[in-house]
Each structure stands twice: as C-alpha cells, then as structure tokens.
Design a protein around this ligand. Structure first.
Ligand code: NAD
Ligand code: IPM
Ligand code: MN
Length: 373
C-alpha cells in the first residue's frame, strides 16, 4: 500500500518529550500492522524562533500543507512570553490553523473508568463520560480586525492612556460550516448537539444561534439541537456533563470550555484533539492533530509529562486522516488497558497517592499493551 505522510512538529517544553513516545507507537504500527509512514520532522514555536527568528518558516508551512497529517506537540514557554505577537511561538499554531483553514477542532473528553476517581469531580458525575467539543478554530475574536494596543489620545478619563482591542467577528458561512461538521459528528454518536454562545449580550452570538438553527432546520432536522449560553454551559459541564453529547461553540468559548472538560477526564494530560479543514479531492480533509495541553514549563525536562494526550491525538490521525479506524480503536484500547493496570504519570495521582511512572515508561507500557493485544 501507499505510505502515509506525516509531519511531526514537536515544539517546546514537554512537546518533544511526549512526541518521543508517539514515535514508539508509529514504529509499532509499522512493524506489526504493515503500515508505512513517511515521517518528516521540523521545528516549530520557540524552537524554530531560536534558529530562524520566527516561530514557523514558509518551508515548514508548505510542508504542512502537502502532507496527509501534521502532528504537533506543544509550543510556548516563559523565555518567549515577552516577544512581539508576530513572532511568539503561539503565532505558529494560529498560522497553521488559519492557512490550512482548519476550521473544525474536535476535542473529545472521555473519562476512562480507571481514572474516574482522579477527576476533581465525583466518580458518579464523570463515570462513563464521553462528550465531544467542536470548537470553531479559524475565526472569531482570535482573528477579527481591528485589533491592537493603541494610545487613547489625551483622554483624561483613561488612566494609563491606552486601549487594547480585539474583535469578535463571525460570518454566516463560517458558522454554517462548523455547524455542519458538528451535526455530522452528532449523527454518528448519540444524535444530540448543544450549541453555546452568548446571544443574550453579543450580536455575533445571535447570528451564531440563528445560523446553527438554520443548518438544523434545513439539513439535520433529525438531530436533537439545543442552545445554551456559554456561561451556563461552563456550569452545566461541571454540574452534569453527561447531559451533553456533542457541543459546538466559537473559538474563544471552545478554548475555555475544553480546558474545563479536560478536568472531567482526570487530567489535561489526557486530552487529544483533531483540527480538520475542507475535504480535498481525495475526500480527506487537511488535518493537524495536537494535545489540548501546552508546553507545561513547570514540568518540562523532567521526564514526567503524561504522553497520553499526544498518543491519543495520533489515534485520531489514524482514524480521520489515514482511514485506519481499527488501528485507532486498537491504540485507544491499549491506553485504556494500561490505565486499568494502574499505570499513572504524576498528573494522575489521585487522593490515595502511589508511585508515578515517567513519560518513557508510560509509552513503553502502551507499546507492550499493543503487543499483548
Ligand atoms: P499547560 O497546558 O502547558 O499547563 C497547565 C498545567 O497542566 C501545568 O501545571 C502543567 O504541568 C500541566 N500539564 C499540561 N500538560 C501535561 C501533561 N501532558 N502531563 C502532565 N501535566 C501536564 O498550560 P499553561 O501553563 O497555561 O501554558 C504554558 C505554555 O504553553 C504557554 O506558553 C502557552 O501559551 C502554551 N500553550 C500551548 C498550547 C499548544 O501548543 N497547543 C496549548 C496551551 C498552552
Ligand atoms: C489551545 C491553546 C492555543 C489557543 C494557544 C496556545 C494559541 O490554548 O490550543 O487550546 O488559545 O487556541
Ligand atoms: Mn487552550
């Protein structure tokens, strides 16, 4: 069969540490399942800034556009926090998302039974939890114009004399396409979609609600659609998360709600994501996969990061970019077995404590679980 092209961008902090474990998984699938991956690797984020003076080069961008899938570790860190926005590590992520037009960001939050006691919520609240947040990723306040920090003239009523501006802007077309992606996913799951915005205070929220309803009424009338204000949604997510199946929301609300959802699963170190674009001629979308967590500067370089979010992100690549759904299931089941056997990185230490294993050992155990079938 043809080989699967993959661009690996390990990035900063714990990014390279968790990516090393994904490499072991890739090797396993090559050796044991007859898959062939054409893997290339490049710098991104602070690591690219150190070498090139920018967080991603045009060559890396072109490569990202040409492969079947991009897998990114994490970017950012204290050393780069005071750089200009145009060259900050985070800028590379935004550029990849925008230029590849990756408008649908899938952030599943699943609570593995073995971790139900590690969540900050009660076991009975999170047990069996399986929800999917679909975050709009290429528009909204992250990209709206005008933006910037300006002088406020000589306004005597403004102490400090400056204004910071960002613009929340959505077109109907941007809302409809991410709504369609969410309805499609809901249809393959429990057939329920909840859309979140703040239509009570924002015109963009009113448009969001109307357009999602329009897509429902015209194209997916059989999917059960509800609307919720995003602040109430945040509360409901921690109160009774199992009321949700698929949630669709904008770029900023989706960022915040998905971090909150992460804690339902026990740790931010567990949450994978897929960012999908418009399907190409071969029917497959442009795609980038990344853990939801960041570069975790507080634990970087210590070999104790949880690699599962990155490994599960690769599982999503198997499913959505390589059409290897059975292999994705196999990998997810191996992760679940390793957790059931009690393997825990430091972030997964529950109230009863225990001895954590390191990043590399967690990777090794998942490989062993794959081999054990
Ligand atoms: P973070 O996600 O890096 O860390 C938050 C907390 O979670 C930390 O205590 C960290 O130790 C812990 N944590 C995160 N991932 C973990 C893992 N795999 N295993 C164990 N513990 C883990 O968020 P932050 O501290 O707000 O941001 C740090 C840097 O990362 C910033 O520069 C930020 O901009 C960047 N960031 C990048 C991405 C990305 O690359 N996709 C996402 C979020 C934040
Ligand atoms: C995420 C991150 C990014 C975001 C940052 C690092 C640009 O928090 O992927 O969730 O805000 O989208
Ligand atoms: Mn985030």
């Amino acid at each position: 069969s043809d080989s699967y092209s993959l661009l690996i961008l390990p990035g900063d902090g714990i990014g390279p540490e968790v990516m090393a474990e994904v490499r072991k998984i890739i090797d396993w699938f090559q050796s044991n399942r007859g898959m062939r991956f054409d893997v290339s690797e490049d710098l991104v984020g602070g690591a690219a800034y150190d070498v090139h003076g920018k967080p991603i080069t045009d060559e890396t961008m072109a490569k990202a556009q040409s492969v079947d899938a991009v897998l990114l570790g994490a970017v950012g860190g204290p050393a780069y926090d005071n750089l200009d926005f145009s060259v900050k590590p985070e800028r590379a992520l935004l550029r990849l998302r925008k230029e590849m037009d990756l408008f649908a960001n899938l952030r599943p939050a699943q609570c593995f039974d073995a971790l139900a006691d590690f969540s900050s919520l009660k076991r009975e609240v999170v047990s069996g939890l399986d929800i999917l947040i679909v975050r709009e990723l290429t528009s909204g306040v992250y990209f709206g114009e005008p933006r910037g920090i300006h002088s406020d003239g000589n306004n005597p009523e403004n102490e400090g004399g400056r204004v910071g501006i960002n613009t929340q802007r959505y077109t109907s077309g941007e809302i409809r396409r991410v709504a369609r992606a969410a309805f499609e996913l809901a249809r393959k799951r429990k057939n329920r979609l909840c859309s979140m915005e703040k239509a009570n205070v924002m015109e963009s929220g009113v448009l969001w609600r109307e357009e999602v309803q329009w897509v429902h009424d015209n194209e997916y009338p059989e999917v059960e659609l509800t609307h919720m204000y995003a602040d109430n949604g945040a509360m409901q997510l921690v109160r009774r998360p199992s009321q949700f199946d698929v949630i669709v929301t904008d770029n900023l609300f989706g960022d915040i709600l998905s971090d909150a959802a992460a804690m339902l699963t026990g740790s931010l170190g567990m949450l994978p994501s897929a960012s999908l674009g418009v399907p190409a001629a071969n029917g497959r979308p442009k795609a980038m996969y990344e853990p939801v967590h960041g570069s975790a500067p507080d634990i970087a370089g210590q070999g104790k990061a949880n690699p599962i979010a990155c490994i599960l992100s690769f599982a999503m690549a198997l499913r959505y970019s390589y059409n290897e759904g059975a292999a994705a299931d196999e990998l997810e089941a191996a992760v679940e077995r390793v957790l059931a056997q009690g393997a825990r990185t430091a972030d997964l230490m529950g109230p009863e404590g225990g001895t954590p294993i390191g990043t590399a050992e967690m990777g090794d155990r998942i490989v062993a679980a794959l081999s054990a079938g």
